[in-house]
Design a protein around this ligand. Structure first.
Ligand code: AR6
Length: 171
């Protein structure tokens, strides 16, 4: 496995080139990490998202894709907004979640970002079971050709432990 750093904390404080936002397709804000990023970065992020909606993304950002904006007042330079799938017990949406990670790292490479921090995409409001969310996250990052540094910043100690156990198992 490639080197992946696991940390517990608030992603909005991270001094990395790009922080990834677990957004929704509207790109116009929400709760969870999305709300925290917009609060910490200030109005410049929403302004940039509105500009995307007015130009290249009139229908919003589809699940599994990613797009970058300024990080406003956060220490990071960019926010890479991605949209994870909503968990479904009937429908296997794992490929969409994997795509959210893969596309985020493609955008990071296009930006020239040397370091990227991810939250656990889809593992909050979108309801993805934590062990599965961690496994898809770590495997997708491992499979990506992105050459920069990748970290996961998990909000709770419990989620950090899930990611640590999963990483141990995959190694
Ligand atoms: N830093 C790091 N992780 C965080 C932070 C933070 N500051 N705040 C929350 N988390 P969620 P989703 C964790 O719900 O499931 C939004 O309303 C959180 O504990 O933010 O992809 C969007 O607008 C969880 O482990 O994202 C969408 O509508 C993880 O981040 C919807 O929620 C992801 O939880 C997206 O849902």
């Amino acid at each position: 496995m490639r080197d992946i750093t696991l940390l517990q904390g608030d992603i909005t404080t991270m001094a990395v080139d790009a922080v990834v936002n677990a957004a929704n397709s509207s790109l116009l804000g929400g709760g969870g990490v999305d709300g925290a990023i917009h609060r910490a970065g200030g109005p410049a992020i929403l302004e940039a998202c509105r500009a995307l909606r007015a130009t290249t993304l009139p229908d919003g950002l589809p699940a599994g894709d990613a797009v970058a904006t300024t990080a406003g007042r956060m220490p990071a330079r960019w926010v890479i907004h991605t949209v994870g799938p909503v968990w479904s017990p009937r429908d296997d949406r794992s490929a969409v979640l994997a795509s959210a990670y893969r596309r985020s790292l493609e955008v990071a490479a296009e930006l020239g970002a040397a370091s990227v921090a991810f939250p656990a995409v889809s593992a909050g409001v979108y309801g993805w079971p934590h062990e599965s969310a961690a496994e898809i996250a770590l495997e997708s990052v491992d499979a990506s050709p992105y050459e920069g540094a990748v970290s996961f910043v998990l909000f709770s100690d419990a989620m950090l432990r899930v990611f640590e156990a999963t990483l141990d198992r995959l190694r």
